[in-house]
Design a protein around this ligand. Structure first.
Ligand SMILES: [Zn+2]
Length: 463
């Protein structure tokens, strides 16, 4: 996968030669130097204020015609169109970034919040997740307005301040927009970061880029086994820890069965003519009839596994005795699931309870976020986003997919029927390891190209 030369797919880099790419890079670097980390009640306000001030001062044409609202630390910027009948376009991004992973400070070649730039890259936390999108979306509209365009369609920027933690900002902004009776034609939010080698889908030599039309859900199940302690010389019936381990082992053996959601069926259908590898090549000739076989095959590949399974990770054990001659009291385990679109927390709870029947272990939901709604590739904006990606990234297959983590977008389902999670910026797989990792950076070339994608997308949808 690391073999993809993303830059070999860049094309039409001469479009919009009058866009101020050097200035855009500098503004992104300034945004990165705002240390906008959400720490709940202990969040530092000043970096968010600095970022808001930067946005206000950097985009004069947008600010001249838009309403700029600070909703707590969240931002809402509404740029009205000339035709109020047209539903608006919603452009999302989050302001917050994750902290530097403790212990990795020394590995950073440039300070994570230095906003350093060199000839090739803009460095720091947020350059890929996701201040590139936040600033890039503004750059695109600013460019069109500065060129004298008068958009017919309203554009709303909604920038939450706590996507990496509670995602409460997105909930709040969405509620506010709903209160105002707003319904967006489509929205853009973050999705997959880089391009994907088609080989993992059985289409070697092809490069894929995806538009995510759903996202996986999140579920923590807590398993508990009661124990009364006592001397270990008579462990008649087994200890609580043994019963808990037995339960975990039952879940591991059962595992939620792989399945092909409608989205992955679509991915395989889109790729079918390109799939060269047997037995996939034959199976994808009729995806629906062979769905089970395809799902099992895909589940055997590390990269595809999360796309065809509600995954299960046994992550935490609590309890246990402090000494070997005393039996444990109550012990518990927390198991994390990532729910396929279409699978609910209730489905998995029922599955786990069934697998644990007779063990005496109790199960309850500790935390859950539902999977996203499955939107349509026929929905508003999808074709235009695909067109813009194809225009600037040559020789790539645009396929529908879903996000395996969570994003703010799910909070907007009630005010938008077409949620498109796609990052217009395509760094190399190597650069993409900086996301939540070390040496996060974006090349000037990648940043400029992503802005071009956004300009073209807006040109063709709001003017
Ligand atoms: Zn993000």
């Amino acid at each position: 996968m690391s073999g993809i030369n993303v830059y070999a797919h860049y094309k039409c880099e001469g479009d919009y030669p009058d866009l101020d790419y050097a200035g855009a890079a500098k503004r992104l670097a300034q945004a990165v130097s705002c240390k906008t980390i959400d720490r709940g009640e202990n969040t530092e306000q000043a970096p968010f204020d600095d970022l808001h001030a930067l946005v206000r001062s950097s985009y004069p044409h947008i600010m001249a015609s838009s309403a700029f609202e600070e909703v707590g630390r969240n931002l809402l910027i509404t740029c009205p169109g000339s035709d109020p009948v047209l539903p608006c376009v919603l452009l999302l991004a989050h302001q917050d970034v994750v902290p530097v992973v403790p212990g990795t400070e020394e590995e950073w070649l440039h300070g994570a919040f230095s906003g350093d730039m060199d000839e090739a890259h803009i460095w720091g936390r947020g350059t890929l997740d996701i201040k590139d999108m936040l600033m890039g979306e503004l750059e695109a509209l600013e460019y069109l307005l500065a060129r004298g365009e008068k958009p017919r369609r309203c554009v709303v920027f909604a920038f939450g301040a706590d996507e990496e933690t509670a995602s409460a900002g997105a909930t709040r902004l969405s509620a506010l927009l709903a209160e105002r009776g707003m319904h967006a034609a489509w929205l853009l939010d973050e999705g997959t970061t880089t391009m994907v080698d088609g080989a993992i889908w059985g289409a070697p030599g092809r490069v894929l880029t995806d538009i995510c039309i759903s996202q996986k859900g999140y579920l923590d199940l807590r398993l508990e086994a009661k124990g009364g302690g006592g001397h270990s010389s008579n462990p008649f019936g087994g200890t609580s820890l043994e019963r808990l381990c037995d339960g975990i082992s039952r879940l591991s053996k059962a595992r939620p069965a792989p399945e092909l959601t409608p989205i992955v069926r679509d991915t395989f259908r889109t790729l079918a003519p390109r799939i060269a590898e047997e037995p996939l090549r034959t199976l994808v000739k009729d995806v629906d009839a062979n769905a089970e076989k395809i799902a099992c095959l895909a589940a055997g590949r590390r990269e595809l596994y999360p796309f065809v399974a509600t995954t299960m990770a046994v992550d935490m054990l609590e309890g246990g005795s402090a000494t070997p001659n005393v039996m444990p009291g109550d012990v518990s385990a927390t198991v994390n699931f990532r729910l396929l679109p279409g699978t609910t927390a209730g489905d998995v709870l029922a599955w786990a309870e069934h697998a644990l029947l007779g063990t005496g272990i109790t199960v309850h939901v500790a935390h859950a976020t539902p999977a996203g709604r499955i939107d349509s590739t026929e929905g508003a904006g999808y074709a235009e986003v695909a067109e813009a990606l194809e225009h600037f990234y040559g020789g790539v297959e645009v396929v529908p997919s879903f996000v395996c983590g969570g994003t703010d977008a799910i909070r907007y389902e009630r005010i938008c029927d077409s949620i498109l999670r796609v990052i217009p910026f395509r760094p190399t797989p190597e650069e993409a390891t900086g996301v939540h990792g070390v040496n996060e950076r974006i090349s000037r070339q990648t940043y400029a190209q992503g802005i071009r994608v956004l300009v073209r997308l807006l040109e063709r949808t709001i003017l």
